[in-house]
Design a protein around this ligand. Structure first.
Ligand code: E4P
Length: 217
């Protein structure tokens, strides 16, 4: 499963990239707003740090305007993947962009048929939001299992990207479900790598080693 970082904070991306486990980045208008930085500038910087897909979302709501914005975003860098919402206009824009060879991440997917429609329009990535479904009392992972099955049934080229991850448990379920990608907030990624027994074990190994007064030559 690929790990994308779900952030527009360049510091976080630089740090996680240095660990060697980041395959891409997703942003959305809320994350860009939170960064407080100009859109194009922050996207270019992220693309220079990460040699993988970097999702940049359109903010227009009408297909022709989405297409225009998508073309502009795609021109910023070869790593840009244009993000379109799964509205009818978003699907039209997805088809038009895909036909031009531009990769599209279809976002705000909350049921499997929306995902199937996006795949039929040529989407490279399908983004179902598990956390937001959990928030309203659904099991967000039901749609992941359904979409993974649908994509496999018809050998569709779209990748299922688990979005709206809120906990290490979500990340684990994403991996168990056979999803192709998980996009993860930096804090959750860090939390996932932490185990108290790792720290306790390391302290003990180092204390025992110090007692030998040896050095690795
Ligand atoms: C990423 O592509 C999505 O926009 C993001 O994961 C949404 O996360 P949220 O539901 O925590 O805002």
């Amino acid at each position: 499963m690929k790990f994308f970082l779900d952030t527009a904070e360049v510091k976080e991306i630089r740090e996680a990239a240095s660990w060697g486990i980041v395959d891409g980045v997703t942003t959305n208008p809320s994350l860009i707003a939170k960064s407080g930085r100009p859109y194009a500038e922050v996207l270019r910087e992220i693309c220079e740090l990460i040699d993988g897909p970097v999702s940049a979302e359109v903010v227009a709501t009408e297909a022709a305007a989405m297409l225009e914005e998508g073309l502009k975003l795609a021109k910023l860098h070869k790593n840009i993947v244009v993000k379109c919402p799964v509205t009818i206009d978003g699907l039209k824009a997805t088809s038009a962009l895909s036909r031009r060879g531009i990769r599209v991440n279809v976002t705000l997917i909350f049921n499997p048929l929306q995902g199937l429609a996006a795949a039929k329009c040529g989407a490279a990535f399908l983004s179902p939001f598990v956390g937001r479904l959990d928030d309203i009392g659904h099991d967000g992972f039901e749609i992941i299992a359904q979409l993974v099955r649908i994509i496999s049934n018809y050998s569709l080229p779209s990748q299922v990207l688990v979005a709206s991850i809120r906990s290490p448990g979500h990340l684990l379920r994403a991996a168990e479900s056979g999803a192709h990608v998980a996009t993860i907030p930096f804090a959750i990624l860090k939390q996932s790598l932490h185990h108290p027994l790792t720290e306790i074990g390391l302290e003990k190994f180092l204390a025992d080693w110090r007692a030998t007064h040896q050095k690795i030559e």
